[in-house]
Design a protein around this ligand. Structure first.
Ligand SMILES: Nc1ncnc2c1ncn2[C@@H]1O[C@H](COP(=O)(O)OP(=O)(O)OP(=O)(O)O)[C@@H](O)[C@H]1O
Ligand SMILES: [Mg+2]
Length: 418
């Protein structure tokens, strides 16, 4: 009798253990599913991502873009993950198995996998991660134009520290300090700077110009002329002044930290007016300097890009291709959180601009290009379009004067400069 009871008890115990195991497995699976859905931000996006992952894997198998294991009939299929921040872009990460090296073929496989609702999405850029273990692809809707075409000055007014660069891209300089744009002559560098300037003027930021090509000299009609410099010595003096201001602001922020007992406070948090050094054709400014002046110029610039963010002092620079203009070392370049490369560029130029193996797709139209905006080096570039000020005549000098006056008189400016 007791052995029968023992048997029943042990069967029950085994059943209990099995059910517990099943429950644990269900909970773990539900938890990971929930996490994935939260990451995807909606169930619909999650389903789209999973569908895309399956479609890509199927396409890799169909074209045998997989790794045939040596001397065996087996193949290894790379792990594919899809992340989407729709409608802006879809990001695909693919394990790089030994022997998988034809990125063009993989790009075709991915493009052919996106059908139906995502049919308009195509790979615009790809890169191999620095560790060589993954391919990263970015897909965007080829039909949508990201060009921002503001109609009025009022539309150009941004919150303090914010800059709108295109329809789906507003950056906050306090989080992503400094912008650099490269491009050949006529690619739209100065136009990009003009669109940023209108916004900086409107929001009451203080702008200092390094202007060796006299692009901004017309602003002297209404703008403090000592803030626009074209020649070497005045440029150096201007930068020294900005550096003095940087040190003064460091003390202000340190005081605020003590008073508010909050570590990590930034100029942005305590309402400092952004100071922005705008340099067009920085390469030609340096070309006319002797070696001592060049050394000082780069030292001061380094100070600003390294220490400016916490005290709201930023640099926005436009220059020729990083290959021809070697003024800025990769150390200085790496401090710019937003990097924009305008026009078509060869692989070497892309590598220098974006710090790594990058391939962007096809020819690039005028006033278009690619960007990364993170400060991280392991980012895959997204497509970029220069703001169009022409269509609604916002490129008139009078508009700049008006924008400056509106910004100067704004409540925000008055509050910040009190
Ligand atoms: N959206 C636009 N539509 C039409 N024309 C434009 C547009 N944006 C810029 N342009 C014009 O294209 C020309 C070249 O642009 P921009 O001066 O910005 O190029 P850049 O890269 O600064 O060239 P450079 O190296 O010669 O200074 C300018 O005459 C400008 O007015
Ligand atoms: Mg220019």
């Amino acid at each position: 009798m007791s052995s029968i009871i023992g048997l029943v008890v042990s069967i029950k115990a085994v059943q209990f253990a099995l059910w517990s195991l099943v429950c644990v497995l269900i909970i773990v699976r539900a938890y990971s599913l929930m996490k994935s859905v939260i990451n995807a931000k909606s169930i619909k996006t999650y389903i789209t991502q999973k569908g895309s992952e399956r479609a890509i894997t199927k396409s890799l198998l169909a074209t045998m873009s997989v790794n045939q294991l040596r001397d065996t009939p087996y193949i290894a299929v790379p792990r594919v993950t899809v992340g989407a921040s729709l409608p802006s872009c879809v990001k695909v990460s693919m394990e790089k198995l030994p022997g998988m090296y034809d990125i063009e073929k993989l790009t075709e496989d991915i493009n052919s996998s996106f059908r139906g609702k995502l049919g308009a999405y195509a790979v615009v850029s790809s890169r191999i991660t620095d560790d060589g273990l993954y391919y990263k692809f970015v897909l965007e809707d080829k039909g949508s134009d990201k060009t921002w075409r503001p109609k009025t000055l009022e539309e150009m007014k941004q919150n303090s520290h914010e800059i709108k660069l295109q329809n789906d891209l507003i950056i906050n300089l306090a989080d992503k300090p400094h912008i650099i744009a490269w491009g050949k002559s006529g690619s739209g560098k100065s136009s990009l700077l003009f669109s940023i300037l209108l916004q900086l003027f409107m929001s009451g930021s203080e702008v200092y110009f390094i202007d060796p090509k006299s692009e901004f000299s017309a602003f002297q009609e209404f703008y403090p002329s000592e803030r626009i410099q074209e020649d070497t010595e005045p440029i150096l003096k201007l930068l020294r002044n900005v550096c003095d201001e940087l040190r003064r602001r460091q003390k202000i922020v340190a005081k605020a930290v003590k008073k508010q007992q909050k570590i990590g406070l930034r100029g942005y948090d305590i309402g400092l007016t952004p100071i922005v050094v705008v340099a067009d054709e920085i390469g030609s400014a340096v070309a006319s300097m002797d070696s001592k002046q060049k050394k000082e110029f780069l030292a001061v610039l380094t100070q600003i890009v390294q220490k400016g963010r916490s005290v709201s002092i930023f640099c926005i620079v436009a220059t020729q291709s990083p290959k021809t203009d070697t003024t800025l070392s990769s150390d200085i370049r790496s401090q710019f959180a937003t990097k924009i490369l305008l026009g078509s560029a060869n692989a070497e130029t892309q590598r220098m601009a974006f710090d790594g193996e990058v391939a962007t797709k096809g020819g690039v139209d005028r006033f278009k290009g690619f960007y990364i905006s993170d400060g991280k080096t392991d980012e895959t570039p997204l497509s970029f379009a220069v703001t169009d000020l022409h269509t609604h005549h916002l490129n008139d000098l009078k508009r700049f004067e008006k924008a400056y006056k509106m910004g100067f008189q704004s409540d925000e400016h008055k509050k910040q400069t009190k």
